[in-house]
Ligand binder design. Structure first.
Ligand code: NDP
Length: 295
């Protein structure tokens, strides 16, 4: 069993981007600038946005964090997105999800200028991704593809079972893995809460991608010997021994699944850092006006 070390791979990607940013600087060119919008005080969202902003600083990007109270009106939020759309200094815009219930998430995503939509959630970018055209690919599945590429994992002809069909993880993951590309060329089964024979399907999988949001949902009896296991889940479970009062676990029961797997991502330190690395790559492409991520 080999651990797929997201911290290590994301650092390698960030180091590479830092060199490219230094080159832009040396040539007197514009430095990439990411704007992040955070609404409310959700602890997990605060942590994610803070890591994204910190990573920007590490590699030499400019970043702007716009924070709003959870009571912000939908109109005020949309006005701010429009301001960022029109600001030529801003290359990438991300709105940390989820948003409070009174705000229409779809409307918010649709308001972001597709050429600055570095999360790749705008329908125009989703359409391009499905069509295999150059575009921004949603950061989490893009990060997973970069990880598979980094470890030179041969996915061709493998059966991948993706658990979860969200727009941000499961669905784009299934599309990317099924593409005629490397990594890719998998036969993909996309499963969800109405899937009847999940365990049976998982046992046939050469690759399992767990993106469910349920702590330690995937157990050893669901995983074939030698499978590649990608754990997307980030779940907080109470832990009195921690200062924060919780610890993070994935959607996979790591202790019992890891001995059966050929490769596995840990939580934390697996898919999470790769998501940030992929976001930074998308932002770089936005800044240089080249939406060319075709992984
Ligand atoms: P969603 O809640 O949007 O989607 C969960 C999916 O899991 C749904 O499609 C749902 O099915 C499916 N599901 C729920 N229960 C079952 C079940 N019993 N059997 C099979 N499928 C089931 O979650 P996200 O995709 O946004 O996130 C998933 C996890 O990944 C979360 O833990 C989240 O925190 C984490 N995450 C991690 C990221 C990272 O950077 N590492 C980035 C984004 C998310 P249905 O559609 O039928 O409801």
């Amino acid at each position: 069993m080999q651990i797929l070390d997201g911290k290590l791979v994301s650092k390698a990607i960030k180091d590479q981007i830092a060199v490219q940013v230094a080159e832009l600087k040396a040539q007197g060119k514009k430095i990439p600038h990411l704007a992040a919008i955070l609404v409310g005080n959700d602890g997990a969202s605060e942590t994610y946005v803070a890591s994204k902003v910190k990573s920007c600083a590490e590699i030499g990007y400019n970043s702007t964090l716009l924070r709003f109270d959870s009571q912000i009106s939908e109109k005020h939020l949309l006005d701010n997105i429009n301001m960022l759309n029109e600001n030529p200094d801003i290359d990438g815009i991300l709105v940390q999800l989820p948003l409070p219930k009174h705000i229409n998430e779809e409307l918010v995503i649709n308001t972001i200028d597709p050429s600055k939509d570095v999360d790749g959630f705008h329908p125009m970018n989703v359409g391009k991704m499905v069509s295999g055209l150059p575009t921004f690919i949603p950061a989490t599945p893009y990060g997973i593809m970069l990880m598979l590429e980094h470890y030179n994992i041969d996915t061709k002809g493998k059966h991948a079972v993706v658990i979860g069909r969200s727009h941000i993880v499961g669905t784009p993951m299934s599309i990317l893995l099924s593409r005629n590309s490397n990594p890719g060329n998998c036969t993909v089964t996309l499963t969800h809460s109405h899937t009847k024979n999940l365990k049976e399907l998982c046992l046939q999988a050469d690759i399992v991608v767990a993106a469910i949001g349920k702590p330690e949902f995937v157990t050893a009896d669901m995983v074939k010997e030698g499978a590649i296991v990608i754990d997307v889940g980030i779940n907080r479970i109470p832990d009195a021994s921690k200062k924060s009062g919780f610890r993070l676990v994935g959607d996979v029961k790591f202790d019992e699944v890891s001995p059966r797997s050929s490769y596995i991502t840990p939580v934390p330190g697996g898919v999470g850092p790769m998501t940030i690395a992929a976001l930074l790559k998308n932002t770089y492409h936005a800044a240089i006006g080249q939406k060319g991520n075709q992984n």
